[in-house]
Structures are given as structure tokens and as C-alpha cells.
Design a protein around this ligand. Structure first.
Ligand code: C5P
Length: 314
């Protein structure tokens, strides 16, 4: 086949703790990541010329080599030069549903889909963990976006332990379109304000990991206890992002009052989500949110928890 169409799922962070500063300049994290059914559609198509082309109609998504999806294709081309030489170049079409710059890993999900798509298009026969290793070279969230579902993520976010999630949960996600958070800024600000609380070395990080692995959030997921899960929602980035983004802080406060299970900012923000027990409850919360904040700049989406990251469409 000369064309593959894939769905690339967004992620939310149910738990995100910044633990320390790594020798490679990144931060050591402990996260519980969850795929949701809000997806972009990525199509990879063979073209006769030796080129990587990206097409996307979203005004905020670049079509050049700065796009992580382009970089995913360039990485595969570099590692498997014979495949592209034999089968031609690729055109990548991105149909965006996942809000951009939102803390939902939209760009990482697109890159993950390109890795999976090119593996199929160019008959590379890579395993999931080989695709994830390539993904880790592109960004810390890309390995999770390849496999998806529910996972405990440590290291930079690329060390993954899949766990059995609560697939019945639903979510309302909201973001002001004009609000953006730069992830490097969020990390730098966190380091400046909370660097003195960082745990110093690998032994301390491992001890903290063990605590989180046997702690409230992971236990709630394992016991499929949605109320308990909501009690343990946690995101360290809220401490620096919400004070700098009062509109997002107010959005979170409004969402928390609407009656869902629990409300949290995702990743480095500024998207905020509220968990719901059913699709009907999610739709009701979304309607209430629209009436409480009738600002046309506020994007609102509903989705369910998803058990995979990238999957073939159809
Ligand atoms: O890996 P990714 O491309 O998502 O990283 C984006 C930015 O966030 C980088 O500037 C990186 O330094 C920072 N980061 C970090 N610690 C992590 C992940 C990302 O400091 N675990």
C-alpha cells in the first residue's frame, strides 16, 4: 500500500512531579500519563520524488523542518536511507483536532504517528520499542505517544511502564486559544523557583519513584477507583504556570466548581481538564462550562480515556 492513515491520540497527565535536575540538562520526572480519544489524523503517502513534504492547514503548525512530524521522517530517512531511496519520498498530511501548544502532546503524537506510518510504508519491520527509542531522540513525550494507554513515565518521561487504566472515564478539556505556555519557559521557571526542593541524586529519585509507584494515584488506577484517582490528581507545573496565566487559573477554578470528578492542568499547560464518569456527564459539564464562560476564545473538547497512542484509521 502506498498510503497509510493513522490516528494520533492526545495525552493528559494525571500526575506530574518534577523530581530533580539531570546531568543531561533535562528534568527527572515521575508522571502518570493517559491517552485520550481526542486525535489528529496523519496520512503518510509515497511520492515519486526524494523529499519529505508536510501539509497542514492549521495556521499555527509549520510545514517545514521545524515540525516534529517532519523531523520524525527525517530521522527515519537518516537511519534507513535505502528505504527512501528505493520507495521514494513521503508526503505527510496532518489534520489537526488536538489544540496546539496546549500541554496535550499534539506535536509529539504527530511525530509518533509518522514513525509508525513510515515503518509500515517503507516495510521497516521495527518493533514498538525500536520505534520508541527513535521517538525519544525527537522528544520526551514521543515514546509514550507511540504506545499510549496509561503508563507511569520516569526519567525525562521516556521510561515507560504500562499499567491497566480506567478506560471508562471521560474528560472535558478546555483551553483559551490565545493562551500559550512555552515548555522550556515552564521548566526554567520551575527550576528558578523550586530548584532548592529537587532531590539530589539517582538513589533519592529511585526512592521517590518507589513511593509514587505504591502511592495514592497508582493505587487508585490499579483499583479502578475514579473518585480516589481524582483525589490524587497532581501537576507541579501548576505552581508556576497558573500564577503567570490568571485566565487559565480562573478557567481551572470555574471548571473545578462545575461538579466533575476532579480538575487539573495538563503537562506544562495551558489546557485544563475535568474528569467525568460518563459521556453524558462530560457533555453536561462542557455545556455548563460554555454557559459559565461564553468567551469565543475558549476551546472546549470532550473525549474518553483511550487505550492506545497511534492506531491505523479504519
Ligand atoms: O523533550 P522535549 O522536546 O519535550 O523538551 C522540551 C523542553 O522541555 C526542553 O527545553 C527540555 O529542556 C525541557 N524538558 C526538561 N525535562 C524533561 C522534558 C523536557 O527540562 N523531562
Amino acid at each position: 500500500m502506498r498510503l497509510y492513515s493513522l490516528l494520533a491520540a492526545a495525552k493528559i497527565n494525571l500526575y506530574l512531579e518534577i523530581v530533580g535536575s539531570r546531568p543531561d540538562g533535562f528534568h527527572e520526572l515521575i508522571m502518570v500519563m493517559q491517552s485520550v480519544s481526542l486525535c489528529d489524523r496523519i496520512t503518510v503517502r509515497s511520492i515519486g520524488v526524494d523529499e519529505i513534504r508536510v501539509r497542514c492547514e492549521h495556521p499555527l503548525v509549520p510545514a517545514d523542518e521545524t515540525n516534529l512530524a517532519y523531523r520524525a521522517a527525517a530521522l527515519i530517512k537518516e537511519r534507513f536511507p535505502a528505504a527512501m531511496a528505493q520507495l521514494g519520498g513521503v508526503e505527510i498530511t496532518i489534520e489537526k483536532q488536538i489544540p496546539v501548544g496546549a500541554g496535550l502532546a499534539g506535536g509529539s503524537a504527530n511525530a509518533a504517528a509518522v514513525l509508525v506510518g513510515l515503518d509500515l510504508l517503507w516495510n521497516l519491520g521495527l518493533t514498538q520499542s525500536e520505534l520508541q527509542e527513535l521517538g525519544a531522540e525527537l522528544g520526551s513525550d514521543v515514546p509514550f505517544c507511540v504506545s499510549g494507554g496509561t503508563a507511569i513515565a520516569t526519567g525525562r518521561g521516556e521510561q515507560l511502564d504500562a499499567i491497566s487504566g480506567i478506560d471508562t472515564l471521560h474528560v472535558v478539556i478546555a483551553k483559551y486559544e490565545a493562551e500559550f505556555v512555552s515548555t522550556p519557559w515552564a521548566y526554567q521557571t520551575y527550576r528558578a523557583e523550586y530548584g532548592d526542593t529537587y532531590l539530589a541524586g539517582v538513589k533519592d529519585w529511585q526512592a521517590r519513584q518507589a513511593e509514587v509507584r505504591s502511592g495514592g494515584m497508582v493505587r487508585a488506577v490499579a483499583h479502578r477507583d475514579a473518585q480516589d484517582l481524582a483525589q490524587h490528581l497532581c501537576n507541579d507545573f501548576e505552581k508556576v504556570v497558573l500564577p503567570a496565566h490568571p485566565k487559565t487559573a480562573a478557567l481551572k477554578a470555574t471548571m473545578a466548581e462545575l461538579g466533575g470528578l476532579g480538575t487539573l492542568m495538563s503537562g506544562s499547560g495551558p489546557s485544563v481538564f475535568t474528569l467525568a464518569e460518563s459521556e453524558a456527564q462530560a457533555e453536561e459539564l462542557a455545556t455548563k462550562l460554555r454557559s459559565a464562560l461564553p468567551d469565543p476564545d475558549l476551546g472546549i473538547w470532550t473525549a474518553r480515556f483511550a487505550s492506545s497512542g497511534v492506531q491505523l484509521d479504519g
